[in-house]
Design a protein around this ligand. Structure first.
Ligand code: NAD
Length: 262
């Protein structure tokens, strides 16, 4: 493992445009369950609850489920704190090495750790958005209105449209700006650090395929507890284990090799 971490660190230090693609696994050590690991959310909640069709059939039901998940502590994103893996990526961005993080997560933990160039590929669950006028507000404000019994199906204070968490549900399109920036970053990228994602959700899982198909292809470093669904096709260096532990060691190896430009 040490040898592989050294190799990955050398690649990152020599890179011109290293990009990170992260998924739910980077946040499990912050207490937020992922979907597919043992004990993950899919063991307790039907994935169809997160489809746009189901939401539109009965938005009030979804919002009640949302509040139940938060109250049970199952998915209390607002209370979570970044872990060493988020901090290591933020530090590598400050060193000028990681140019951008494309995250599938909706938990805001990269931003909370201090990362600036974050593409929210699947939105952000700390916000709610109006489906009519796109006005956004903190989701806490909406939760408060529901809990106070004012609204079962929350409505936009500006236009009365239906409010939905500002996260991408199954069956919804990826926000166009996030998609465009990800495409540009994929084409520029020479090292792609894939962290905590099973690479089963498309189009996010297309990103490592894209970076391998372009000329010259990028080198893909994967950090996961279990190998991703695409590791045989895309991964050059596979680092199996905890994201917090591996990224801390990777950062240390990067710092030992990094010579800042003066
Ligand atoms: P996933 O659940 O399909 O896969 C998680 C991956 O992370 C697995 O490969 C697992 O082995 C690995 N993993 C789990 N804990 C780890 C750890 N501590 N260290 C290293 N690896 C670890 O997640 P996904 O691929 O991101 O796809 C699920 C979708 O669900 C995403 O699109 C995301 O939007 C959403 N989601 C987000 C959150 C969040 O924001 N924190 C949480 C759950 C789901």
């Amino acid at each position: 493992m040490d040898e592989l971490i050294t190799k990955a660190a050398e690649l990152i230090v020599r890179s011109r445009n290293a990009v990170a693609l992260t998924g739910a696994g980077i946040s499990t050590e912050s207490g937020i369950p992922d979907f597919r690991s043992p004990g993950g959310l899919w063991e307790r909640i039907d994935p169809a609850e997160f489809s746009i069709d189901r939401f539109l059939q009965n938005p009030g039901r979804f919002w009640r489920l949302h509040l139940e998940m938060k109250a049970s502590g199952d998915f209390n994103i607002g209370a979570a704190e970044p872990n060493p893996a988020h901090h290591a990526l933020a530090k590598m961005e400050k060193l000028g090495l990681i140019k951008c993080i494309i995250t599938q997560n909706v938990d805001n933990l990269h931003q909370k750790a201090g990362s600036c160039e974050v593409v929210e590929f699947h939105g952000n669950l700390l916000r709610a958005a109006c489906m009519k006028c796109r006005n956004r507000e903190p989701i806490e404000d909406v939760e408060e209105r529901i809990s106070n019994g004012g609204q079962d199906t929350p409505r936009c204070p500006k236009c009365g449209g239906l409010l939905k968490p500002d996260a991408v549900f199954f069956g919804e399109a990826i926000p166009s700006r996030a998609l465009a920036v990800s495409q540009v970053q994929s084409h520029k990228c020479d090292v792609l650090l894939v962290v905590g994602t099973s690479l089963q959700v498309f189009p996010a899982a297309q990103i490592p395929l894209t970076v391998k198909l372009k000329a010259p292809p990028a080198t893909v470093v994967e950090v996961n507890r279990e190998p991703s669904a695409l590791h045989e096709q895309v991964t050059d260096i596979l680092l199996l284990g905890s994201a917090g532990d591996i990224l801390e060691r990777l950062l240390k190896a990067v710092e030992e090799r990094f010579v800042p430009m003066v």
